[in-house]
Design a protein around this ligand. Structure first.
Ligand code: ADP
Ligand code: MG
Length: 455
């Protein structure tokens, strides 16, 4: 049992660190310094493994104090740190595995960050949320819910990959309702903090208080619900609260990284409850929308950019909106530092590292390996003449991804897939494009793979 507790705190502690850094660091830094770390915990001994000495030194100097602080409050003892250099596996990490654990039993004092994370952020509003094809549906559902909470879509379930605007949208709903009705009892909570609340209620035997708090809300906004996967106790509590609020016509809005039926480790009664209102997706933005977002953000930052600069950034930074913001901040800082106005030339210089690492990462081999791993088939099958659907479909997906993520021409892609004709690649892209509008599972797989490969 002690061992079990240990595994549980291990995962949750590191998740909480990741979540903290993801929200406080620019994405480039988060991806370069924090994401590649391996984390292991035995007793009060914590081992952090970094891919090279440079990262190790940087982590030690800049991030260790925060990790240590969190570990201390988590474990209730002062941890010993061991910092190592080591390798992690080659291809892009797949977005599959989730915590395999049940309940956490460590005391969890509410940190300052947690308190802030539980608040509505007034800067995230409908006014500064740019809309386009990728988020239109989610945006209009959010507006309707904000205007008539508890009456039309309940719960509203918004799903999509990281950095696509889920938190922005859910917070906008809260801010709108708060503005219309300052008396409304509103709670925005990240799922990891909700878990902490359940645990705290458990430990302090204050379940009544906990229940009373959540059941008395007029609006519950719960972000990143995928974090309660594999936590049956938390799921049970959430199920009761969800039913209670919905039955009382109180609005609940949920965000998630995937659509309800795809969340593994979630009880079916909960996923079916999630789907009982309205489920809407936020897709990665297309190029026009990325340009619109960049122009809006630059205008707000008092260092506006021209359309050709926006197109240049949008062409190269394609993964998500958080990355777009990061790129823009870099360009802005670069221009202020060198006292030069922003041009495409300057953008190229400012994003040099980012562009280089992007070009390096998305190779056709990486796409083939990642898709094959994801569908649990062999790369050789992907390149073979086999026509069974379990192989042919992933092959088409991989071709379509190669078309989107590399600069290769259709004949070059065909050649890389076992010497196929360019018309086969064209057909594959068309098929996948059309299937994505009809098949939610395929669409979700595609988005996940797309994001994984771009990161
Ligand atoms: P998610 O919660 O899906 O990971 P966020 O809501 O945190 O993503 O969005 C990441 C960043 O991008 C935030 O700074 C957010 O304000 C910004 N953002 C996302 N979508 C939009 C949008 N449609 N218009 C303007 N800014 C956006
Ligand atoms: Mg978010």
């Amino acid at each position: 049992m002690v061992y079990r507790k240990q595994i549980m705190s291990d995962k949750t502690l590191w998740d909480s660190c990741l979540h903290y850094f993801e929200n406080t660091l620019p994405p480039q830094q988060f991806n370069s310094w924090i994401k590649p770390l391996a984390f292991e915990i035995k007793g009060n001994q914590i081992t952090l493994t970094a891919p090279n000495s440079f990262t190790l030194k940087l982590v030690q100097e800049r991030f260790l104090p925060e990790i240590s602080k969190r570990a201390e409050s988590f474990l209730s003892v002062v941890p010993n740190f061991e910092l190592l250099i080591g390798k992690r596996s080659g291809s892009s990490p797949l977005p599959k595995p989730r915590a395999v654990e049940t309940e956490i039993v460590q005391p969890l004092p509410l940190t300052k960050t947690q308190k802030n994370q539980n608040k509505l952020n007034p800067l995230l509003s409908f006014d500064n949320f740019v809309t386009g094809k990728a988020n239109q549906l989610a945006h209009s559902a959010a507006i309707q819910v904000a205007e008539s909470p508890g009456t039309i879509y309940n719960p509203l379930f918004i799903y999509g990959g990281v950095g696509l605007g889920k938190t922005h949208l859910i917070q906008s709903i809260g801010n709108h309702i708060k503005h219309e009705n300052p008396q409304a009892k509103i709670c925005y909570v990240h799922a990891t903090n909700y878990i902490s609340d359940v645990v705290r209620a458990f430990q302090t035997k204050k379940f009544d208080e906990f229940k009373q708090f959540y059941n008395s809300l007029d609006l519950l906004l719960i972000d990143d619900i995928q974090f309660i996967a594999d936590k049956p106790g938390t799921q049970q509590e959430f199920f009761y609260t969800l039913n209670f609020l919905i039955d009382g016509h109180k609005q609940v809005v949920i965000t998630c990284d995937t659509f309800p039926k795809e969340i593994s480790g979630m009880t079916p009664r909960l996923t079916s409850r999630f789907s009982s209102g309205l489920t809407v997706a936020i897709e990665p933005p297309g190029v026009e929308m990325r340009v619109a977002i960049l122009l809006q953000k630059a205008a707000l930052s008092n260092n506006p950019i021209t359309e050709d600069v926006a197109f240049f950034i949008a062409k190269h930074v394609r993964s998500n909106i958080r990355e777009l913001e990061g790129a823009l901040k870099r360009i802005d800082a670069f221009s202020r530092f060198h006292k030069r106005s922003i041009s495409v030339e300057l953008a190229k210089e400012a994003l040099k590292d980012l562009l280089a690492s992007q070009n390096k990462q998305v190779s056709i081999e990486n796409i083939q390996k990642t898709v094959a791993d994801f569908y649990r088939i062999k790369v050789t099958d992907l390149l073979s003449k086999k026509r069974a659907r379990i192989i042919a479909r992933p092959r088409q997906i991989a071709m379509c991804l190669a078309r989107e993520l590399t600069q290769l021409s259709l004949p070059e892609i065909g050649a890389a897939f076992g010497d196929r004709d360019h018309t086969t690649v064209m057909y594959a892209c068309k098929t996948i494009e059309s299937l994505r509008t009809q098949d939610a599972v395929l669409n979700n797989d595609f988005s996940l793979l797309n994001q994984t490969l771009r990161n």
